[in-house]
Design a protein around this ligand. Structure first.
Ligand SMILES: [Zn+2]
Ligand SMILES: [Zn+2]
Length: 260
């Protein structure tokens, strides 16, 4: 079994990632317009109707804006926490099927076991994901203010990891955002800085991990070079220099990352 991750877009303009395990295809977040999601999937040779599920990590616009229309247009069910559904001001009838994500429990979708676990972020009940099939695990966490012990525990032993590397601390402090926004982003319920992502990866990247995808980079407060450099330093500290590091494209599909 192989896991294939393809970020379709990543950052404050919209997040969605295709996760494939054999014939089971799952979309993690739907933060782009439904037609954009459909087009980008088709550009990869993936019919949108072939997806088994959309999983929503939380209700923020850049993660959920396309979920309702995508679900109805292509007949794909949506899985989220009840709190996320409520925060979206939606009910199950708005989707082509809606199912609750078991909080701190396993949801089975096709051949994939989904573990949705809580992450600290300023949303109703945000979650990160570990998807597992045939012994191959993919961990996906974007939008978290700090790495809790639970997050560290869940991400250990993954074959591929997609983690946000949102901002460079100095660029955020000196950047264009109003101070309230700077405070929110850097808070324990905001987003991980490059340094914090490095500290997290240093703790979780073990001999199982083959590839890391850095996601949700801030357009104004980060650069791919700074994010890459911080993660390279962290993996060197962890003695894991052979792990491949990728940076997700902000506005277009990224090259697929496969682990087995
Ligand atoms: Zn968010
Ligand atoms: Zn976000």
């Amino acid at each position: 079994m192989a896991a294939r991750l393809v970020p379709l877009g990543s950052g404050s303009q919209g997040n969605a990632t295709l996760a494939e395990f054999g014939s089971t295809r799952i979309l993690i977040d739907a933060g782009l317009a439904a037609k954009t999601l459909g087009r980008r999937l088709e550009s990869l040779g993936v019919p949108p109707e072939s997806l088994s599920a959309v999983l929503l990590s939380h209700e923020h616009h850049d993660h959920a804006q396309g979920a309702e229309l995508f679900s109805r247009r292509y007949g794909v069910p949506v899985f989220s926490s009840i709190e996320t559904l409520e925060a979206l001001d939606r009910s199950p009838v708005h989707f082509s099927g809606w199912y609750p994500l078991e909080h701190a429990g396993i949801t089975e979708i096709g051949a994939v076991r989904v573990d949705a676990f809580p992450v600290p972020h300023d949303a109703a009940r945000p979650v990160g994901f570990v998807l597992e099939s045939g012994g191959v695990r993919a961990g996906i966490v974007t939008d978290l203010g700090h790495a809790t012990t639970l997050v560290v525990e869940r991400l250990r032993g993954c074959h591929v990891l997609m983690v946000e590397s949102n901002h460079d601390d100095a660029m955020l402090v000196n950047g264009p955002y109003p101070w309230q926004v700077k405070q929110r982003v850097s808070s324990r319920f905001g987003h991980l800085s490059n340094a914090e992502t490095g500290q997290l990866l240093e703790r979780v990247v073990d001999e199982t991990c083959q590839a890391v995808v850095l996601a949700h980079l801030s357009e104004h407060n980060n650069t791919p070079e700074l994010a890459l450099a911080a993660t390279r330093r962290a993996l060197r500290r962890a003695g894991r220099v052979s792990v491949a590091i990728h940076v997700a494209e902000r506005l277009s599909p990224s090259a697929p990352v496969t682990a087995r």
